[in-house]
Ligand binder design. Sequence first.
Ligand code: SAM
Ligand code: SF4
Length: 350
Amino acid sequence: MPLADGLAPAPRGGLAPLTDPFGRAITYVRVSVTDRCDFRCVYCMSEDMHFLPKADILSLEELDRLCSAFVALGTRKLRLTGGEPLVRRNIMELIRSLGRHVRSGALDELTLTTNGSQLARHADDLRAAGVRRINVSVDTLDAGRFQSITRWGRLPQVLEGLEAAKQAGLEVKINAVALKGVNDDELDGMLAWCGEQGFDLTLIEVMPLGDMDGNGGGAVREEQFLSLRDVRADLEKRWTLLDSDYRTGGPARYVTVKETGRRLGFITPLTHNFCESCNRVRVTCTGTLYMCLGQEDAADLRAPLRAADNDGPLIQAIREAITRKPQGHDFIIDRRRGPAVGRHMSVTGG
Ligand code: SAM
Ligand code: SF4
């Protein structure tokens, strides 16, 4: 059944906003809307991924109820991710429906992280639905390398999507995972290109996720780990990086590149220096709430979602889970033990 404005109205009645035991207001929720993807990036998925049965995945209506419950509990920013969010069938119905929270002023931002492959056909609709900014993952501007990293991706299709996003008036931030021996020689070129295109750029340290669940991934280990501290020091030999106060409450630190006027972010998830300001939680496409990207503790929101048509049990489950949000995370890359957390990014969402 198509989603329409008001089909799953946000619970009303002045609900107390979510605050965790450390006094952090939870205002940012990332929701994975699918575990599927049209790419098979080496650091994220194996080539022959086994995807979840459809019955396990939240329906679009359930995703709408879930997101709306968080909005009622004080979420100001909602990011849809995946897998690849734009390959989920009828995803625009959900995005259009969630746009009502932007129009009502309840949400400051409705956004998504995408690989860009489907942007050409969705950019205008996204803008019309209330999306203003998107993150697009592009690790390289070399078509051959792009194919090696994504296995199934084609760079020209993504570039076409980016052009459509620009034409539609969407602000774009490029996410690039920095990989030693893979794309570290073209970070200057990407910085310059982003400047020309009017895009911000965020570099991401590769995370040790997805190696331990027997479902592939793991093509990237510590050999390809590139410290962004070193990357920054190297970039500073050629670019003027001006410190910036800009913060999102997450693991990114930003500078402004004087030569381009654009923002450059560094996401170093293996460091602990951002946990004290953490304002976010993640929900998988099966409705599992992870209170911390680096910890295994989780809460099932699907059962309370499916238990009742009203959102009482769901809201209670969210509140209970937030009381368990840990103070900080536990990432360790250890050559002998492997990564501390074995989830795929495509399951948790990036
Ligand atoms: N498919 C969309 C995309 O690629 O943008 C959204 C989901 S993807 C899991 C979200 C982000 O996670 C992407 O920017 C991707 O590069 C990043 N990512 C995936 N696996 C990662 C890993 N092991 N370490 C660091 N970043 C990773
Ligand atoms: Fe797909 Fe994004 Fe994972 Fe690449 S990083 S395989 S595009 S979900």
